[in-house]
Design a binder for this molecule. Structure first.
Ligand code: BGC
Ligand code: ZN
Length: 361
């Protein structure tokens, strides 16, 4: 069967035509026919040979970590999935260290050792292929109502894991006020984050460089959030419009912008970083002003990566809710669909919002 791969030593991308179809051997396993696979910045990093690692013994890595598939076979021990059901596999698999309490508790998204593996990213083949097999414990059932957009679940889990932590940390405020949320960046992670925050009851402001006339800005307006273009308003002007910035959800990977906006974070505010910047030289930031604010305003900065089962479940139920409330806005997030033979195109030229490789319908 076909699989889309990156060959780091040869520094090339290509379709492997004779990738062996996996067999279901584990009684607790599930085999999926892949429907679609999303392309994101992580895939671009891997395809630039800056990140990612093939499984041991392979000269290539099959890409793809954002996916949805249809169950074609389930082992006799599998309770919650049967053929015909839709499922979304998680990305990360635990490390082997007996004392990694996170991985030993099924929370490899908080792995201490860094020896976790990730499908389509680190030492495990990904989902940009026709069939995959994995253990049912790493699969999440998905309702058919979101079949066409369920590929957005994985990028939404980033916001969901962030918001789970936001709720936990903000329990420190007995009156529960965390109202004004600023999203930095209007790519897929930012827009899905904006939807999650709006759905959770925040007043949402998306601050990004695209003009007010852009598709992203239109999506923001469609969900009842406010779009502020950084081409028109400075950070100070944005902050004045928002009022006390209770939460910033960063989804750009632009480190300088992030630290500049951190200076505008409000009292008792929380700043969630999700972007992974490339390696750049140092930039000037006002560390005294940031530290002063962080202390005098009880602020908290949090980095978050990957997602546990709780975030996948929330993402599936939230996306189902968004799709009922804002069908057009959700559909508008998927801007390009490519066959597997053209998988390199959306990786090499970033256009639109979320591009996907369509394997089946
Ligand atoms: C994925 C995460 C993964 C991270 C780092 C992201 O694109 O969504 O699941 O942990 O990359 O490899
Ligand atoms: Zn991704």
């Amino acid at each position: 069967m076909k699989a889309a791969a990156v060959f780091p030593d040869k520094k090339s991308l290509g379709v492997v035509n004779d990738f062996p179809q996996p067999k279901l051997t584990d009684a607790a396993g599930v085999k999926l026919r892949i429907l679609s696979v999303g392309v994101c910045g992580t895939d671009r990093e891997i395809a630039s040979f800056d990140y990612g690692e093939p499984p041991k013994g392979f000269e290539y890595l099959v890409l793809g970590h954002e996916t949805v598939g249809e169950v074609v076979e389930a082992g006799p021990e599998v309770q919650n999935l049967k053929p015909g059901d839709l499922a979304i596999p998680m990305v990360r698999r635990p490390c082997n260290h007996p004392d990694c309490v996170a991985c030993r508790s099924g929370r490899q998204d908080f792995c201490y050792t860094g020896d976790y593996k990730e499908r389509g990213i680190k030492e495990l083949h990904g989902f940009m292929t026709e069939f995959i097999v994995d253990e049912a414990m790493y699969m999440n059932p998905v309702p058919q109502t979101i079949r066409d957009v369920a590929v957005l679940v994985e990028p939404l889990t980033i916001a969901e894991k962030g918001l789970i932590q936001v709720r936990e940390i903000q329990q420190r405020l007995p009156w529960g006020r965390t109202r004004n949320g600023v999203v930095l960046g209007a790519g897929p992670v930012g827009l899905l984050g904006a939807m999650a925050m709006k759905h959770a009851g925040f007043d949402v402001f998306v601050y990004s460089r695209e003009p007010q006339t852009s598709v992203s800005a239109q999506i923001v307006k469609k969900i009842g959030a406010t779009y502020i273009s950084s081409a028109e308003k400075s950070i100070d002007q944005m902050a004045a419009q928002v009022g006390n910035i209770d939460l910033v959800y960063e989804a750009t990977g632009a480190s300088q912008l992030a630290f500049e906006v951190l200076e505008a974070l409000g009292s008792n505010g929380l700043f969630v970083l999700t972007g992974v910047p490339g390696r750049h030289g140092p930039v000037d930031i006002n560390t005294a002003s940031i530290m002063r604010n962080m202390v005098l305003k009880n602020q908290c900065v949090l980095g978050t990566v990957n997602a546990g089962k709780d975030a996948f479940e929330r993402a599936i139920s939230d996306l189902t809710g968004f799709y009922q409330k804002w069908p057009e806005a959700v559909d508008a997030l998927i801007t390009g669909r490519y066959p597997i033979d053209r998988f390199a195109e959306p990786i090499e030229n970033q256009t639109g919002i979320k591009n996907i490789v369509q394997m089946a319908k």
